[in-house]
Design a protein around this ligand. Structure first.
Ligand code: SF4
Length: 195
């Protein structure tokens, strides 16, 4: 059986507007451009990470060991992702650590929380370890470190979003638009989208 794998970035785009899932994964519009942007973004973060990859951050969060640049996929979740670091913590749990080439703006965006929750679920399945925390390093604010509590509620919410995405893909249906017209103004799909 062929499995369609989606990435956490595609999940985040679905959160921006469910029609992205339809255009990207059902009609396959703009897929190449989209993937190229992801690859370029990945390169930028990777290059920066070479400078910022500090052991003191891992000590600060109580990590015994770590894996770098880990590609994980799950047929159960139909999800694939690349995690900057997988940390194995002293309390027996594991956690993703992600570098953002960004300033700390006194809030963690919902999209980043969703991304880390998906990474947490991939790590749990791959390594059979509980993941109840994730870490983000804001590189442009002197490696400011933030912790996210990965709760059961967040995991349930993430599974629901994955279900919504695969419903659109499997049934090829045209989902309702997000209500915010402001989003449509900047949207790359506005020329083909029937609002
Ligand atoms: S134009 Fe608006 S409704 Fe259509 S895909 Fe973009 S954000 Fe969604």
């Amino acid at each position: 059986m062929d499995f369609i794998f989606i990435t956490p970035s595609e999940v985040i785009e679905h959160m921006f507007c469910p029609r992205f899932t339809y255009f990207m994964n059902v009609l396959k519009v703009g897929q190449h451009e989209h993937r190229r942007q992801l690859v370029n973004k990945g390169r930028l973060i990777h290059e920066n990470k070479l400078v910022t990859n500090k052991d003191y951050l891992r000590k600060k969060v109580g990590a015994d060991s770590k894996l770098l640049d880990v590609y994980l996929s799950s047929e159960q979740l139909m999800l694939v992702g690349k995690i900057d670091e997988v940390l194995f913590l002293q309390d027996g749990t594991a956690a993703p650590l992600d570098y953002k080439y960004a300033f700390w703006e006194n809030r963690i965006y919902n999209t980043h929380i969703m991304q880390q929750t998906l990474y947490a679920m991939l790590i749990e399945l791959q390594f059979q370890r509980t993941v109840n925390r994730a870490f983000i390093v804001y590189v442009r604010s002197k490696n400011h470190l933030e912790q996210i509590d990965i709760t059961e509620n967040l995991k349930i919410k993430a599974k629901k979003v994955l279900d919504d995405i695969f419903n659109i893909i499997n049934l090829s249906y045209y989902p309702n638009a997000k209500k915010s017209k402001r989003k449509c103004e900047d949207c790359t799909y506005r020329n083909i989208c029937v609002a």
